[in-house]
Write a protein that binds this ligand. Structure first.
Ligand SMILES: Nc1nc2c(c(=O)[nH]1)N[C@H]1C(S)=C(S)[C@@H](COP(=O)(O)O)O[C@H]1N2
Ligand SMILES: [Mo]
Length: 243
């Protein structure tokens, strides 16, 4: 943390205006698109990183608290233009699906669902918060991202992990989130295989950030040294969206 100092009043005021920018970021016509919004990112990023210690866990719930959860946004990438590859994988029960893992890693490779299921698994019951205002509690089972990253060996220069999906989403998280124990590559939901609408066969769970960071329908992971301006950021949505 590069000698970043702030009075309590400036911090609270800054957080409030950062929140305002985040809200207007949801509006496609927002005039705040661009560098001002990105300033908000930097501010909430620094502020949240100041307030949260490195490994702090989000709350986990009991089974009895699991709620219904709507499948939203993209619910079937097999039905969009260019969705034939996904439709074919789905037809084959995702047996031929592989997640590619590359970039700044010692052992790039690809992993089938069976490969992932052989790795140490983790189950967590957490609250999903959508930027549209609803929230839901669900149980997620999968491989913690730090476990997969350890398997491929991340270069010491790496600072971000990028994700690519079958419906064309691209996003990235920093190493603080990537190495967080609750950041999960989930293949199971509420004790069953992850349903199509919720991102089959594999989705991300970034539990300390808002719902749109938890990318569904994963197909590729790239470890990078730098921050790329693509994905949510390029649509004018805030990049760092801690909750
Ligand atoms: N690939 C992809 N990931 C996505 C989305 C999407 O449309 N495509 N929608 C996002 C948003 S806005 C939310 S709220 C959650 C919705 O997850 P759910 O459909 O399991 O409720 O997924 C997020 N991840
Ligand atoms: Mo969302």
């Amino acid at each position: 943390m590069s000698g970043f100092r702030l009075s309590r009043r400036a911090l609270i005021g800054g957080l409030a205006s950062g929140g305002g920018m985040l809200l207007s970021g949801c509006n496609e016509q927002s005039p705040t698109y661009g560098s001002i919004l990105r300033m908000g990112d930097n501010f909430t990023y620094d502020a949240q990183r100041l307030l949260l210690s490195h490994g702090k866990l989000v709350r986990e719930y009991d089974r009895s608290q699991i709620s219904s959860m709507p499948a939203t946004g993209m619910v079937d990438p097999g039905k969009i233009e260019g969705g034939e590859a996904y439709a074919a994988l789905r037809k084959g029960g995702f047996e031929d699906w592989r997640i590619e893992v590359g970039g700044r890693v010692a052992r790039p490779g690809s992993f089938s669902l069976a490969d992932l299921k052989r790795m140490q698994s983790r189950t967590q019951i957490t609250r999903h918060m959508c930027e549209e205002g609803w929230s839901a509690i669900a149980e997620w089972t999968g491989v913690a991202l730090p476990v997969l990253l350890a398997a491929v060996g991340v270069a010491s220069s790496a600072r971000f992990v990028q994700f690519h999906s079958f419906d064309g989403w691209q996003d990235q998280i920093d190493m603080v989130d990537a190495l967080h124990p609750q950041t999960l590559l989930a293949y199971g939901m509420n004790g069953r295989d992850l349903p199509i609408g919720h991102g089959a066969p594999l989705r991300l769970r970034v539990e300390r950030q808002i719902g749109y960071r938890s990318m569904k329908f994963l197909k590729r992971i790239v470890v990078a040294d730098h921050f790329d301006t693509f994905g949510a950021t390029s649509r004018g949505w805030a990049w760092h969206t801690g909750i």
